[in-house]
Design a protein around this ligand. Sequence first.
Ligand SMILES: NC(=O)c1ccc[n+]([C@@H]2O[C@H](COP(=O)([O-])OP(=O)(O)OC[C@H]3O[C@@H](n4cnc5c(N)ncnc54)[C@H](OP(=O)(O)O)[C@@H]3O)[C@@H](O)[C@H]2O)c1
Length: 328
Amino acid sequence: MEFLRDRGFAYAIGALEFADNIRLNVIDRLLPYYSPHHIKKNADSLEGKLCIVTGGNAGIGRAFAEAAVQHGAHVILACRSMERGTRAAQAIQQQHPAKQAHVEVRELDLASLRSVRNFAQQFKGEHRHLDILVCNAGIMAPPERGLTPDGFEQQFQVNYLSHWLLAHELLRQDSSPSSSHRRAESPTLAEPRRLIFLSSMTHRAGHLDFSNLQLERQYTGFKGYANSKLATLLAAQEWQRRFRSSRSARHDIAVAVHPGLVDTELARGWLTGSDVTGNLLQPIVAPIARILAPWLLISPRRAVDQLMYATTGPASKVAGAYIAHGKW
Ligand SMILES: NC(=O)c1ccc[n+]([C@@H]2O[C@H](COP(=O)([O-])OP(=O)(O)OC[C@H]3O[C@@H](n4cnc5c(N)ncnc54)[C@H](OP(=O)(O)O)[C@@H]3O)[C@@H](O)[C@H]2O)c1
C-alpha cells in the first residue's frame, strides 16, 4: 500500500511517458534529421550569452552545454570532477572547433556548501554578467540513506539545497559593472537572466513533511528523489515570485523543466536497480531493462529541446512555468 501511495500516480504517468518515448524513438530512427521548429527558430538566440550548467559533463547537462555552445553561448561546465569536466569540454570543442574558447570547466561539488560558496565567490570576483544558470546536476535514489559532509540527506542537498544556495549567491551578487549599470539605467532594457531548474515528473510522488524533511524515518531512495524534485519545482516558483516583486530583477525568469525520461546514467541506473524491482527480481529484470532502455528513454539530444525552450522561449510563456512533455 505504501509503495502505491508513494509512487502510484508517478508510475502511471511514467508508463504513459515510456509509451510516448517508444513513438519518439521510432520517429528519431526513421527521420534522424527531424528537429522541432522552435530550436531552428531560436538557433542564434544564445549568441554572446554566458551560461553556467551544473553537472555539464554528462547526460542532459552535457547535451545542453553542447547545444548552447553551438548556438553561440559561452558555457561554464560546473562539475564535481575536473577530470570528467575537462573530458566533456574537449569533446565539445572537438565537435565545434571554431568555438574552442566558448567552453570552460570549473569545480563545483554540490554535496558541499563550501564548494558552492567558493564557486560563486570566484565567479563573482570576475565581474561577468551571468545570463543563464541551469541547475541540472543530480543524483537519483541511492538505496541507502546517506548524509553529505554538511549533514543533509544527499539528494536533498545535491538536487535542491545547494542549487538554491548557488542561485542565491550568483544572482544576488551579480555585481558586474555592465550588468548593474544596465539594470540601474533601465531595468526594461537590461538583459533578463534565466534561472532553470531540472525538476522531474516524479515530483508528483513527493511529499514535504517538515517534521521528517531529511527522511530520518522511513527512507526510500525514490521518496528522497521525489521530495528533492518537488522542492526544486517549488524553488523555481518561489524565485519567480521574488523576481516579480524585485525592482531590478523583475524581468528575470525562473522556470522548472521535466526533461522527459532520458537515456542517461541516472535513468539507466534507476531502471536497472533494485529500487524499481526489489532485490529478488532485480537479476531478472535488470538485463531486460538494459535492452529496452534505448527504446523506453529518449535521447539526451531530444531532452535538450525542453531546456532550449526554457532558455529561449517567450518570457510570457516561460516565466514561472513547469515545462514538461512538450507542454508549457
Ligand atoms: N534522465 C532522466 O530521465 C531525468 C528525468 C527527469 C529529471 N532528470 C533530472 O535531470 C538532471 C540531469 O540528470 P541526467 O539524467 O543527465 O543524469 P546524469 O547523466 O547521471 O548526470 C548527472 C550529472 O550530475 C552531476 N553530479 C552528481 N552529483 C554531483 C555533485 N555532488 N556535484 C556536482 N555535480 C554532481 C554528475 O557528475 P558526475 O559525472 O561527476 O557523476 C553528472 O554530471 C538531474 O537533475 C535529474 O534529476 C533526469
